[in-house]
Design a protein around this ligand. Structure first.
Ligand SMILES: Cc1ncc(COP(=O)(O)O)c(C=O)c1O
Length: 433
């Protein structure tokens, strides 16, 4: 099946008792057992079924199947937020002493997770100088447990060379984990290019309406955990916390995602509520259509900004002079992201005036909503970073990040035009010339 169809149908058939066509919301904490043996079989992971909603829930299970199918993976785990998904994705490969080698252009909180939070648990985030494959390779050593990248960086907009990163990761016997939030599986399927694990914030384009937080981890099923038994003992040695289970032996291709659920979801929570799973499923039904409009509107806005004398620069990867243009063609089929940045003439002050003058476009720190959104990363999402780290992440003091929505493009452009006029009046520009 194709994206549009998967987004509406995958993971659910009208259920046998009520024939409900919409996915039911199973708002239950627990599930009854037929017998002691049935309960034991569920706990031993020998029987299929549900036992407690911290571990799995039928509404969330539909969401998991739908996302797994959209990504072309063997299984998924839905969790409360994208950040929880990233945390589980990292600790599911790295123990104390391990490191994760990452591109520098990351969403600010993910950067904080890797640079400040995981190190307290003995896992180090190592940031390469750039997203170039050789910069990544330089940092890999015998303690590396994964290579990490955002397929499209937030807010830098850089498009990673996933195929090259996957080759390097695999040459060193580690998986490539990607955050595919900004691209979504509609624009890009990272497993087609060798990525092993995809992580999502469902809060963004997939959910699409800015109402609901959620996250997911998707397993391609392709990483050979058993081949690298010394590097990944957690998959290849008996797990004392789970009756001596050996994940790679027992689950084969789904070892990673089963372990994420049985070890981390079970003991640490971060559960997605069934109601939120339902809302996210509603959003996903239209994601393919929405992405088309996001992409089309963004191009019109980017072209308007590029041609405007009040604008200093536009970092839009759909322009042929962008260094990422070749990757937009290769990985995104020419569909540059609706998340991009620009800077107004007059630096920080003019940028702030522009930001405050917006009327239709909402000032906030979210992306991927049906509504057009704007953010000033240096003072919000990326403010925990040093100026150097901000620069490496693609954030300058004057940078405005836009997430272009699906309103009428002329209304979006008119709003930007009036805000530019307040921040950088054309008369002032003419006088300066
Ligand atoms: C690329 C990316 N990954 C992960 C996250 C975190 O997602 P959540 O807010 O659902 O925890 C965000 C949030 O903006 C993001 O932009």
């Amino acid at each position: 099946m194709r994206n549009e169809t998967i987004a509406i149908h995958a993971g659910y058939e009208p259920e046998a008792t009520t024939h409900a066509v919409a996915v039911p919301i199973y708002q239950t904490a627990a599930y009854s057992f037929d017998s002691a043996d049935h309960g034991a079989a569920l706990f031993n992971l020998e029987a299929e079924g549900f036992r407690y909603s911290r571990i799995a829930n039928p509404t969330s299970a539909v969401l998991e199947k739908r996302i797994a199918e959209l990504e072309g993976g063997v299984g998924a785990l839905a969790v409360a937020t994208g950040q929880a998904a990233l945390h589980f994705a990292f600790v599911n490969v790295a123990d104390h002493g391990g490191n994760i080698v990452s591109v520098p252009q990351l969403y600010g909180t993910t950067h904080t997770l890797l640079s400040h939070i995981l190190p307290r648990q003995g896992i180090t985030g190592r940031f390469a100088e750039s997203d170039k494959p050789d910069a990544i390779e330089k940092l890999i050593d015998e303690n590396t447990r994964a290579v990490f990248a955002e397929t499209i960086g937030n807010p830098a907009g850089n498009v990673c060379d996933i195929e090259a990163l996957a080759k390097i990761a695999h040459a060193h016997g580690v998986p490539l984990i990607v955050d595919n939030t900004v691209a979504t599986p509609i624009l890009l399927k990272p497993f087609d290019y060798g990525a092993d694990i995809a992580v999502h914030s469902l809060t963004k384009f997939l959910g699409g309406h800015g109402t609901t937080l959620g996250g997911a981890i998707v397993d391609s099923g392709n990483f050979p955990w058993a081949k690298y038994a010394d590097r990944f003992p957690a998959y290849n040695k008996p797990d004392a916390s789970y009756h001596g289970l050996v994940y790679a032996e027992r689950f084969g291709r789904t070892a990673y995602i089963e372990r994420a659920r049985s070890v981390y979801q079970r003991t640490m929570g971060s559960v997605l509520s069934p109601f939120n799973a339902f809302l996210l499923l509603q959003g996903i039904e239209t994601v393919a259509l929405r992405m088309e409009r996001h992409v089309e509107n963004a191009r019109k806005v980017a072209e308007f900004l590029r041609d405007d004398p009040r604008v200093a620069w536009v970092n839009y990867t759909g322009f042929s002079d962008s260094p990422y243009y070749p990757f937009v063609q290769k990985y995104l089929d020419g569909n540059a992201s609706s998340l991009f940045t620009f800077g107004i003439k007059g630096g920080m002050e003019a940028g702030k005036t522009f930001y405050d003058a917006l009327k239709l476009i909402t000032r906030l720190v979210n992306i991927g909503d049906a509504k057009s959104l704007a953010c000033h990363p240096a003072s919000t999402t990326h403010r925990q970073m040093s100026v150097e780290q901000q620069r490496a992440a693609g954030v300058l003091p004057e940078t405005i990040r836009l997430s272009i929505g699906i309103e009428h493009s002329s209304d979006i452009i008119e709003d930007i035009d009036q805000a530019l006029e307040k921040a950088c009046p054309s008369s002032r520009l003419q006088a300066a010339e």
